[in-house]
Design a protein around this ligand. Structure first.
Ligand code: SF4
Ligand code: SF4
Length: 306
């Protein structure tokens, strides 16, 4: 492993000591007693552990069009059509319930959110799904751009306590005063739910599909492509609104063809030979270079100011 990669890892561990667990997982293989499920070992004959967090995307829609977001330049019909108009589709309700029921059957009780590259709180069914997920002991941590909450105080009240956590993006604040004001407003609306904030403009990454990815091409040249991929220190089960599985947060086009939960069970997909092979490949030095998406991925870089 190159010294520069080790230095970057050391820096990140100093900033956030919890990351050490992810690095140990990545480099010492699949065996991790805390994340091992005996039934799955017997059934799928592998130590490949379950995911750390899950996202079930209930809608394709987002009201915003942020230039740092991977949605920005999509013209494939997933986020925007060929004319650049937003696609507005929902995951059918029965599929959302089926997925939650399957998570319960597998024994998953961890983190769940209903948004991905979308604003889930604009979906009228949100509160109903959130209550159902809580009845299955799932931990709800949602992310929002805050707009649906500002316009709908009833929604804030309905979500307070149902969500264990909410992370709100503060995208429009012009100065620190405005940031403080916004934070105060949201914190007052949630008495039981833990509220935190993200300010992507202060921690921007080159995400594929974003305008920033193209516009900052010069800056990108200075960024070392990390090899192997370190983003797998956290494993996510990412389900797009049409049932397709994304391998990682940088794979909104689902280009790794891992599977579709409308056609197969989650367990079949997660513990499939194909999924395990891709993960083993990208963890090895040089292995990620087999995949086009990974060859062009800068997501492990340090964030920068826009
Ligand atoms: S960053 Fe969030 S709010 Fe902005 S376009 Fe993407 S999903 Fe929407
Ligand atoms: S695209 Fe490849 S390199 Fe980038 S985060 Fe995903 S798996 Fe890792």
């Amino acid at each position: 492993m190159k010294a520069t990669i080790l230095k970057k890892m050391a820096k990140k561990v100093i900033k956030n000591p919890k990351r050490i667990k992810g690095y140990v997982d990545n480099y010492l293989g699949d065996f991790n007693p805390k994340r091992i499920n005996i039934n799955n070992i017997i059934k799928y004959k592998t130590f490949f552990p379950i995911w750390d967090a899950c996202q079930i995307e209930i809608t394709s829609f987002c009201n915003r069009d942020c230039d740092f977001c991977p949605r920005y330049s999509d013209r494939s019909g997933v986020r925007k059509n060929e004319n650049g108009h937003k696609v507005k589709k929902q995951m059918p309700s029965e599929k959302v319930y089926d997925i939650i029921n399957e998570l319960e059957k597998i024994g998953y009780r961890g983190k769940l959110r209903f948004g991905r590259l979308s604003e889930a709180l604009y979906d009228d069914r949100y509160v109903e799904f959130a209550n159902y997920a809580r009845s299955k002991d799932l931990y709800l941590k949602e992310f929002s751009n805050g707009d649906p909450l500002k316009k709908n105080l009833k929604l804030c009240a309905e979500l307070d306590g149902v969500l264990q956590e909410i992370v709100i993006g503060l995208y429009d604040c012009k100065d620190e005063n405005e940031i403080c004001e916004q934070k105060k407003w949201f914190i007052q609306k949630f008495k039981k739910t833990k509220v935190s904030f993200s300010i992507p403009q202060k921690n921007c990454l080159f995400r594929q599909g974003s305008k920033v990815y193209v516009d900052y091409a010069d800056k990108k040249k200075d960024v070392a492509l990390l090899n192997p991929c370190l983003s797998y220190e956290k494993r996510y089960l990412l389900i797009r609104y049409d049932g397709e599985i994304s391998l990682c947060c940088e794979d909104d086009s689902c280009s790794f063809k891992v599977g579709n939960v409308f056609l197969q069970s989650i367990a079949e997909i997660w513990w499939s030979n194909r999924h395990r092979k891709i993960i083993h490949d990208i963890r090895k030095k040089g292995g990620k270079m087999k995949y086009k998406r990974c060859r062009e991925c800068y997501v492990e870089m340090e964030g920068f100011n826009l």
